[in-house]
Design a protein around this ligand. Sequence first.
Ligand code: GUN
Length: 281
Amino acid sequence: MAYSIINGKELSQKIQEEIKEKIACLKTCPHLAVILIGDNPASQTYVKNKEKACQNIGIKSITYHLDKDIKQQELEDFIIELNNDKQINGILVQLPLPKHLETEKILSLISPLKDVDGFHPLNTGLLVKGSENAILPCTPKGIIKMLHSVKEDLSGLNAVVIGRSQIVGLPIAQLLIKENCTTTVTHSHTKDLSAITQNADILVVAIGKPDFINKEHIKKGAIVIDVGINKTDNGLKGDVDFDSAKTQASYITPVPGGVGPMTIAMLLENTYLAYLNQTTP
Ligand code: GUN
């Protein structure tokens, strides 16, 4: 069966061009504050990519690179300062945080209106309720756009999500339910995984294990979304063994050039929308 690639890089660039045109019509430019703590190399790379993307489309971004030993209270005070700064429309705290910091407390301190990552409990609650007012987490929002780029109506499809993280697995499951998919969430305790995944019309894999999923797990004609970004001795690998999976899939996302660029496009979109929400015309 012939498969097609869902090209996240191309789709992301198209979305970024559209946001850039809208920003060019604004009187002032949206402003994103990024907090990077410590020296995790992957986080540093992600933040650099986000900064570059902001610059390209006219979003002002400032990265605050804070010491890895920063105290919880100091970080909380800093976030409150950013919340109160009327010039700033979006606040992003790059995860993971060093172990001594309380991630949930930090995320819940960010003003929900400036929470461009969509990780604040209020935005999580709005997402679960299916509210249009939720700021949606970037990766799941990008995945839904990728699915819609190849299939307008997802109603009634069997969707299986592998992984139940707060950042991807849980929110993408909620969004798939909102799309009227019959949605199953699997995880490390799931028994006979392939019996479940073989029933999936849409398979979203976010488990963080290189080449974990192959053709044995995939129903003929399935749409396969690979969220994994795993550094290996053989380079960057997704969670899906692409060469094996493509023999079964109808559509499949590559790594790199799939979900990753869409996450960035959605961050830019969320920042633009947060700006509009905070700015009276
Ligand atoms: N670390 C991995 N993914 C993300 C993300 O989407 N947002 C933030 N803030 N940190 C991350």
